[in-house]
Structures are given as structure tokens and as C-alpha cells.
Write a protein that binds this ligand. Structure first.
Ligand code: UFG
Length: 340
């Protein structure tokens, strides 16, 4: 049985990936510092798979703790590194926190890879590295634009660090550039747990429908798009989790065609904010209270993925549509709020 370390394994995408890995027959070790999630997620994972993953509460910024972890757990076949801070606005307010949380932690892990001969590494990257695309859909060869936020910059820097390390060591790595992850596990046992006011569209929608928020603000309807609202590529988190399983399999089978590969992980379909709102209303039968407000600074107008490379090389393709994703997000929100 192959042993995979998942950092940030109790977070939103991490927890769904742990489930997918366990179902695919991997042994999973989880590191998480619980800074943006709850220990209850461990129970949710275990209820779904009937396999309690090994869990260590650990802060990857603390070098001694990381070293001690890798001394205690050997024979790790691969690492999937999710643990990071992800709030764009917060990164503008507190850039050093982001460089420390997202870059220092990566360096600590790569140092341990070197010491312990771990050669398979998957990194959580983001379509944010593309900035405002010159053409759509966007493929992996598109230029990397200057990052708008320190958060985005940490993703660019991290990809470069990994690439440099691959060049001079036995490390083989894949960066998965996520588009917009949404939805929850069909079991209703794990999902997104935003702390405080949600920054992202779908949790804001579900919290508004649940009565936790008064109304959704739609950030702008005067963009150069068919209905004036921004366009994104919303990918079901279960599909996204599956992409990680495909990626780690590829590394373990030594199928990576070059030592460092990047793949877009999206559906390939762009949906506007207003389309998401009406799809949510149609799928759930709920009426959403919303208003149009000013544009949000830093938002790109439109971005969606060219998924050919992931389809062909990773042999991965999104299986769920936006309706399924929104239905699962709503089922999860209702469960969290105790709504029938
Ligand atoms: N939006 C609203 N109202 C809200 C929240 C969002 O109208 O309350 C709109 C945004 O303006 C945007 C769309 O919904 O047009 C999606 O916004 P999200 O915040 O859900 O997602 P983003 O595309 O802005 O952000 C995502 C990731 C970030 C990443 C970024 C890169 O969440 O981590 O993509 O483009 F940096």
C-alpha cells in the first residue's frame, strides 16, 4: 500500500482528496494546523471511508516539528501539499503572513523530500497565476502575468521553487492549477467550512439562502461579458479531488513526461455570476436575495480552462456539472445549519 502525506488534509479540497485517496487504496497521513478548519472533519472522513487516517496537528512553519514528523513517519511515497493561506484580501493586508505560510512551509517540505528521498510531489496552484487572460480558454502555455496579490505571488513563486528543485534533484512534481472549486461530498459529511464572512461566491450564496447572510452582493454587472457579470470555471470539489489521485498515480508510475508538469483543473466551461445565481435558484427551488454592487477590486473579467492537457495526459475529466455542484453545496449548507 502506497503511503501519501496530505498537508492541509482537513481543509476543503484536502479532505475530499483524502477520501478519494483512501478509496483508491492509498494509506493517508494528514498534517494540518487547524487554522482554517475543524477537527470534526477527521470524523467526517472516517465516516465516509471507514478508515481513520493518521493525523498530526502540526504547523509546517516550525522547522523542528516538520523534521521530527519525517523522522517518525518514514516510507512516504508522495506528498500532496495543500496547506496554505488562501484569502486574497487578507494577503494584501498581511503579505508577510502569506509568504511565511505559503513559501516557508513549501521549502520545509522540499528540504525533507531531499533528506528522505521522497520524489513525488503535488502542489496546489491556482488559475490566479494567469492574471487577466489574453485569450480564452486559457491553456498552460499562457504567460504568467505579474501577480495582483501576495497570495497569487506565493503560487507563482512556489511553482518556480518546485521547478528549480526538480531540475537539480530526483524530485518529480505536478502543479495543479485549480479554477474555482465548489460543491461538497455527496455523503453530506464533508464540505467547505468558511471561517467568518465567506469571500467566495458559492458559500456566500448558500449562506444567504440559509438566512445566515441578508443578501448576496454581486460585484458588478457592467463587465464586457454577455450579461455583464464576471465569468469563472466552477469545478466540483469531488472532480478536483479525483485529479489529485490521477496526478499522484502518474508520478508513482513514473509517467511524468518532464520532471515538472502543470495542469489546469477546471471544467472548460465559463459561467457568469448571474448564471450561477439562476442555476442555484433553479436547482434548489430557493429564491436568492441579491443586489448588484460595485466591482470588486482585483477581479479578472473572465477566465476558464483549456482542459485538453489534463484530459489527455492525466486522463482526467470533470464528471459533474454545475447543477450537481450547487445541489451538493446546498445540501451541505443545510446540514451544517440543521435545516430540513
Ligand atoms: N462574487 C460576487 N459576490 C460575492 C463573491 C464573489 O459577485 O460575494 C463574484 C466575484 O466578483 C467573481 C466570482 O463571484 O466574479 C467568483 O468569485 P470568488 O471569490 O468565488 O472566486 P475568485 O474567482 O475571485 O477567486 C478564486 C479563488 C482564489 C483565487 C482566484 C484567482 O477563490 O483563491 O480565484 O482568480 F486567487
Amino acid at each position: 500500500m502506497k503511503r501519501i502525506l496530505v498537508t492541509g488534509g482537513l481543509g476543503y479540497i484536502g479532505s475530499h482528496t483524502v477520501v478519494a485517496l483512501q478509496k483508491a487504496g492509498y494509506e493517508v497521513l494528514i498534517i494540518d494546523n487547524l487554522s482554517n478548519t475543524s477537527i470534526d472533519v477527521l470524523q467526517g472522513i472516517t465516516e465516509i471511508t471507514n478508515i481513520p487516517p493518521t493525523f498530526e496537528r502540526l504547523d509546517l512553519r516550525v522547522k523542528n516539528d516538520v523534521t521530527s514528523f519525517f523522522e517518525r513517519y518514514n516510507n512516504i511515497d508522495g506528498i500532496i501539499h495543500f496547506a496554505a493561506s488562501k484569502a486574497v484580501g487578507e494577503s494584501v493586508e498581511n503579505p508577510l503572513l502569506y509568504y511565511e505560510n505559503n513559501v516557508t512551509t513549501l521549502i520545509h517540505l522540499l528540504q525533507e523530500c531531499k533528506v528522505h528521498g521522497i520524489s513525488n510531489f503535488i502542489f496546489s496552484s491556482s488559475c490566479t497565476v494567469y492574471g487577466e487572460p489574453d485569450s480564452l480558454p486559457i491553456d498552460e502555455e499562457a504567460p504568467i502575468k505579474k501577480a495582483i496579490s501576495p497570495y497569487g505571488n506565493t503560487k507563482q513563486i512556489s511553482e518556480e521553487i518546485i521547478s528549480d528543485v526538480c531540475n537539480v534533484s530526483n524530485l518529480n512534481a505536478i502543479a495543479l492549477r485549480y479554477f474555482n472549486p465548489v460543491g461538497a461530498h455527496p455523503s453530506g459529511l464533508i464540505g467547505e467550512l468558511p471561517v467568518g464572512i465567506p469571500q467566495n461566491l458559492v458559500p456566500y450564496i448558500t449562506q444567504t439562502a440559509a438566512g445566515v447572510r441578508k443578501e448576496l452582493s454581486i460585484f458588478g454587472n457592467d463587465y464586457p461579458t454577455p450579461d455583464g457579470s464576471c465569468i469563472r470555471d466552477y469545478i466540483h470539489v469531488v472532480d478536483l479531488a479525483d485529479a489529485h489521485v490521477k496526478a499522484i498515480e502518474r508520478l508513482i508510475r513514473a509517467e511524468n513526461s518532464t520532471k515538472f508538469r502543470v495542469f489546469n483543473v477546471g471544467t472548460g466551461m465559463g459561467k457568469s455570476v448571474l448564471e450561477i445565481v439562476s442555476a442555484f435558484e433553479r436547482v434548489t427551488g430557493e429564491t436568492l436575495n441579491y443586489k448588484i454592487v460595485d466591482r470588486r477590486p482585483g477581479d479578472v473579467v473572465a477566465v476558464y480552462a483549456d482542459t485538453k492537457k489534463a484530459n489527455d495526459e492525466l486522463r482526467w475529466k470533470a464528471q459533474h456539472d454545475i447543477d450537481a455542484a450547487l445541489a451538493s453545496a446546498w445540501a451541505w449548507e443545510k446540514k451544517v445549519r440543521g435545516i430540513d
